[in-house]
Design a protein around this ligand. Structure first.
Ligand code: FO1
Length: 310
């Protein structure tokens, strides 16, 4: 069994590759710290990005539906003069309406997610990291902001002083996650932002302990390529918090959890230093700009785990 920890865009591409490259049972544990309420609707961006990507309906920008329209949003903003900084497409709204409708019937977020996965014919188990609310806030000199507000409304223009996962102490991992970790042979950290995508998952009570106790090999794919993060706010956040924008900086975020790292060819120079930290390294092309390349990367990772990580 394989467990994949993932956030949104980078995570979903990697997950798609892994799904196409192996027949093994996969449980994907998805960050929900980015979840947000807009107009009374429960929006879970990373869950949706992963479902849409695996269902092949994702927009090429990495979130929302392809061939999306924004009629509802244009009425909200032009007629009702609402501040629509968080773009909600018409098709995407159906997901948020349906999820909110089911949650209001006292179904848990994981039940709702599994139901949505069934309806989209997703061949793996996708679990939100927790059924309890955890919200990522970014503390800046100008105050603290919901992660989506920092990212989209304020366009990452603020200096990051601290990242808070509000509610984490009272949240527990979704039922099934700890068992999956214990039973797994391989745990993959997708090339997602370590600070706001993977760290919320790792910060849930019991997760790190289960990973450390599991017999599984633990492998992280670096989201940093050639001194930058492919998508999202990663580089700015890492810099602001004094973390090196390199595979070494990413490795430091995961401290003693990793057996190995997958890094891009452009970062080959770091392989030796990672080895000195007791980490095996796969150096390969990690850019996943086509389905073929997603699958290729996943095949390389699976071969590396099978033949080099013993
Ligand atoms: N990202 C943006 O850059 N701008 C948006 O307006 C936006 C809206 C949005 C709506 C639904 C959804 O599921 C995702 C959306 N995203 C948007 C992506 C999202 O902010 C982030 O990429 C993730 O939270 C990080 O994984």
């Amino acid at each position: 069994m394989i467990v994949v920890l993932a956030g949104g865009v980078g995570g979903s591409k990697f997950l798609k590759g892994i799904v196409s490259a192996t027949e093994e049972e996969i449980t994907a544990v998805i960050n929900t710290g980015d979840d947000i309420d807009r107009f009374g609707l429960y929006i879970s961006p990373d869950i949706d990005i992963n479902i849409y990507t695996l269902a092949d309906v994702i927009h090429q920008q990495g979130w929302g539906f392809k061939d999306e329209t924004y009629s509802c949003q244009s009425i909200l903003s032009k007629v009702y003069e609402e501040d629509c900084w968080f773009n909600l497409g018409d098709k995407d709204l159906a997901t948020h309406i349906y999820r909110t409708f089911l949650l209001k019937q006292n179904r848990s977020l994981s039940e709702v997610t599994l139901k949505m996965c069934e309806e989209w014919n997703i061949p793996i188990r996708i679990l939100p990291m927790s059924n309890e609310p955890v919200t990522t806030y970014i503390h800046t000199p100008g105050g603290k902001f919901h992660f989506q507000e920092y990212l989209i409304k304020r366009k990452m223009s603020d200096q990051v002083l601290k990242i808070e996962f509000n509610g984490i102490e009272n949240a527990s991992p979704t039922p099934g996650i700890l068992e999956a970790i214990r039973k797994s042979d391989l745990i993959l950290f997708a090339p997602s932002n370590p600070l706001v995508s993977i760290n919320p998952i790792l910060s849930l009570p019991g997760i790190k302990k289960a990973i450390l106790e599991s017999k599984a090999k633990v492998v992280a794919v670096s989201p940093v390529v050639g001194g930058d993060v492919i998508k999202g706010p990663g580089a700015r956040m890492l810099k602001d918090l004094g973390i090196d924008v390199s595979p070494l900086g990413i490795a430091s975020c995961y401290s003693d959890l990793l057996d190995a790292m997958v890094i891009d060819c452009r970062d080959e120079e770091y392989a030796e230093s990672l080895k000195q930290l007791n980490m095996e390294t796969l150096v390969t092309d990690t850019i996943m700009d086509s389905d073929h390349k997603k699958r290729k990367l996943a095949e390389k990772v699976m071969d590396f785990v099978r033949y080099q990580l013993v």
